[in-house]
Each structure stands twice: as structure tokens, then as C-alpha cells.
Ligand binder design. Structure first.
Ligand code: AMP
Length: 431
């Protein structure tokens, strides 16, 4: 089996790692990849957005199927281009990916399909947006509709703040084209939960729920980032709740996309809020694996990549409704100093060779010099996944390895999975 993974982050390294685990004799290519994917296969120096070059590479290297990791090439139509060229691909067409690339589209789809979500209005000009904000209850949320690398959401305690955010997006071009349309919505309280599913546009296979930590600092404080860590399993995600999420959110979403003749094939990811009274609401949809959710989920789902190949080939027949994790996993992101605003690049990274068994180090923003020196090359540098029989054990393994890996200004959170570890401690105390 010859597989191309498009992308260069920790998610793509984890995908390559999982492909090798499940199919040891697979031949892997990554475009453009990173020093981690280079250890498992061949990196092709082709940007994820160079569609024609990627089609040529797929033909030249006789790739059986391509997995598109990040949202940007999916939204730009790489799935469409490869499928048009007769090449099997795992990942949706651009039209279906609008469920992520346009929050305004997603909101309209949810309204039509009666999928629970915060009440909202969409605006493309400032005056009506400001007028709406003036009448809106506090707190409230302002979102750039387009892709903004997880940074286009502003949770506002006050209307004045919301007005500032709306002005920055609609009048000052703060997020470029992504902010030319905005969604203003009700603030929701509760516990967040991510549920990823694999789908061929018709059938659905749910992965175990994960929780991610978007804020930079411990205690879920500080600015929003692309993600500082993730873990699974999640205590609140009972089989009953997962079944509800399937029926109330994921099935209606794929049905609505199929109905408008843009069937969704790939990972459909629902970011959800569960209120204390049990009310469930969708915060957002993503059209791909999360990063760092993938680095927590893939290691505890042996055999999972078989489904990606089947979906790409059009022969997806999942036996089960939900995949269960074999262990607990905690993925911690090591970020560069200055992340997310201005990450400092170039520092030398040292990864000890003798990390504890049950520890996985996935590369993201790294580069390797000709002499083998590993250097910081992006905001999120590495993801360190710890595995364990409990979330607490996995979290300790991840934290311990994060301590041992060194580079100047290394920034990470020592409290990834704090909800689950707190509950495990309380459970142990109760006996
Ligand atoms: P999104 O990209 O839409 O998932 O938003 C990023 C983060 O902003 C979410 O993970 C939440 O923490 C927060 N958020 C988004 N929408 C809301 C909302 N309506 N109420 C409260 N928090 C929200």
C-alpha cells in the first residue's frame, strides 16, 4: 500500500505513525511533511496547496490513496482535484468542507437540519452588526466566518468588546477574507467535548470523544491558540451521550450535506458544548482530524487507518457504530516562546532517546539541519503523547517527557486533561 499524507503538522506525523502501525509494509510519502514524517517515509517538497504538483506526484509515485490533513488544502479543493484526476482520496470536497470553512454556511445548515446550536445572526456589513450587538445580551461571541486557524473566535464579556471585535473583522480586515463575514452568537456555558466521526457520506463510525485545550495557559486562561493539548477518553462522554450526538448532530449533518448534493466524505468533527442541564449545542464543525486531537486519538485506536483506506476506495462498511480506545492518551503541545502571536524560531531542540515506553513524540514546527540538529521552525513545535491505563497515568507520562525535552523558552501546559485527572483523584479518594 502506497499512501500520501498531505500536511506538515503533528496530526500528519501521527497519521503516518498510525498507518505504519496498522500496515507495517506500507510505503509512505508526506507533502511537505516534517522531520517526524521523514523517519517513516519520504517527504516530497511540495506545499499542501500546490494541487497540480500533488496530482503529478500521486501519479509518479503510484499512490494508492491520499489523506489530506489540514483544512486549508481541503477548503481550496484538493479533494475535488484528486478525485477529478481519478485518484482515491480521504477528505471532503470543498463544497462539503464549507461546514468548516464558512461558519455562516454551517449555521444555516444547522438551522435547516434542526441541529442544536447557539442562536446567531450573520453579517457582512458593520452597521447592522453593531445595531444587533447593542441589543444583544452579555456575554456574547463574535466569530470570523472563514478559516482563521482557530483564532477567529472572540468570546466577549461586554457588548463594547463585541463591537470592537466586529469592527476589527468587518472594517479593519483583522482576519483578511475570513473576517469579511461574521457570526454573532449567544454565549454558551458548559463543558466542551469533541466528537470525531469517519464517514463516506452515508455511513458513520464514531471515534471516542476527546477534549482539547485551546487556551495558552494553565487553568484554561490566556489567548486562544490552535490547541495546546488534548486527551481521551472523556468521562462525560457516556455511550448514551455519544449515541445522542450521532442522532442529533452527526447524522442530520451528513444527511443535509448529501441532500444538497455535496456529500461529505472524510472526518466530520463536531465541537460541542454540554450544559449542566444536559442541553447539547454545536460550537463548530471541522472537516478533518483535529490537531492535537489526532495525536491523542490515533495511538489508542489500533487498526483505525484501515477505515481511511476503505472510505477513500468507496468500500466503507464499518462493523461497529463506535470505536473504543484501548488505553488513555494525553497529548501535550510544546510551543515556541512567543506563541501564538510571534513565535521565536531557530532554537536547538534536544529530544532524549530514552523516553519512557508509552511515550510518543510527534513533530510539527521542527526542521532538521544537514548535520542532524533539530530546530524550532513553527509555533507549535512538538506534541508529546503519553499513554496509560488511566488518564492520570497518561498525563504524567506526557508531562514527564515534556520536562525532559529541551529548547530555550519551551512553553507548555502541565494541566492537560485536568478535568479527568481531578475526577480520577476524587474517585480514588472515594475508594
Ligand atoms: P470554535 O472555533 O467555534 O469552536 O470556537 C473556539 C472556542 O471558542 C470554542 O472551543 C469555545 O471555547 C469558544 N466558543 C465558541 N463559541 C462559543 C459560544 N457560543 N459560547 C461559548 N464559548 C464559545
Amino acid at each position: 500500500m502506497r499512501v500520501l499524507v498531505v500536511g506538515a503538522g503533528g496530526r500528519e506525523h501521527a497519521l503516518c505513525w498510525a498507518l505504519k502501525r496498522d500496515t507495517p509494509d506500507a510505503t509512505l510519502f508526506a507533502a511537505p511533511g516534517n522531520p517526524g514524517t521523514a523517519q517513516l517515509g519520504t517527504n516530497l517538497a511540495i506545499p499542501a496547496t500546490a494541487q497540480d504538483d500533488l496530482v503529478r506526484a500521486v501519479r509518479e509515485h503510484k499512490i494508492d490513496f491520499t489523506i489530506v490533513g489540514p483544512e486549508a488544502p481541503i477548503a481550496a479543493g484538493l479533494g475535488d482535484t484528486l478525485r477529478r484526476a481519478g485518484q482515491p482520496v480521504f477528505g471532503p470536497d470543498a463544497a462539503a468542507a464549507r461546514i468548516e470553512s464558512s461558519k455562516a454556511f454551517a449555521k444555516e445548515l444547522m438551522r435547516r437540519a434542526k441541529i442544536p446550536t447557539a442562536s446567531s445572526r450573520t453579517f457582512t456589513s458593520l452597521e447592522p452588526a453593531l445595531a444587533f450587538i447593542t441589543r444583544h445580551a452579555e456575554p456574547l461571541v463574535v466569530k470570523a466566518s472563514g478559516l482563521a486557524a482557530g483564532k477567529g473566535v472572540v468570546v466577549c464579556a461586554r457588548r463594547t468588546e463585541a463591537a470592537r471585535a466586529a469592527r476589527a473583522m468587518l472594517a479593519d480586515g483583522a482576519f483578511g477574507d475570513a473576517g469579511r463575514e461574521i457570526v454573532v452568537e449567544d454565549f454558551l456555558k458548559g463543558e466542551e467535548l469533541s466528537v470525531l466521526s469517519l464517514t463516506d457520506g452515508e455511513r458513520l463510525l464514531l471515534l471516542p470523544a476527546a477534549q482539547d485545550h485551546k487556551r495558552l495557559r494553565e487553568g484554561d486562561t490566556g489567548p486562544n491558540t490552535g490547541g495546546m493539548g488534548a486527551y481521551c477518553p472523556v468521562t462525560i462522554a457516556t455511550p448514551g451521550l455519544l449515541e445522542r450526538i450521532r442522532r442529533e448532530v452527526l447524522e442530520p449533518a451528513i444527511a443535509a450535506l448529501a441532500e444538497q448534493r455535496t456529500p461529505f466524505q472524510g472526518v466530520l468533527y463536531a465541537g460541542l458544548m454540554l450544559a449542566s442541564d444536559g442541553t447539547l449545542s454545536v460550537l463548530e464543525f471541522n472537516c478533518r482530524f483535529g490537531d492535537p486531537e489526532a495525536q491523542a486519538l490515533l495511538p489508542v485506536l489500533p487498526g483505525m487507518t484501515r477505515h481511511l483506506a476503505d472510505i477513500a476506495a468507496g468500500s466503507f462498511t464499518p462493523g461497529e457504530r463506535t470505536l473504543a480506545p484501548t488505553r488513555a492518551a494525553v497529548a501535550t503541545v510544546l510551543a515556541a516562546p512567543g506563541y501564538p502571536d510571534k513565535p521565536e524560531l531557530g532554537a536547538t531542540i534536544i529530544v532524549p532517546r530514552d523516553l519512557e515506553p508509552g511515550t510518543l513524540v510527534f513533530h510539527a514546527g521542527t526542521t532538521r539541519d544537514a548535520d542532524g540538529t533539530l530546530r524550532v521552525h513553527g509555533g507549535r513545535v512538538l506534541t508529546v503523547t503519553g499513554l496509560g491505563d488511566t488518564v492520570s497515568e497518561a498525563a504524567k507520562r506526557s508531562s514527564d517527557a515534556c520536562e525532559l525535552i529541551t529548547f530555550p523558552g519551551k512553553t507548555y501546559r502541565r494541566d492537560i486533561a485536568w478535568r479527568a485527572t481531578r475526577e480520577e483523584r476524587a474517585g480514588a479518594a472515594r475508594g
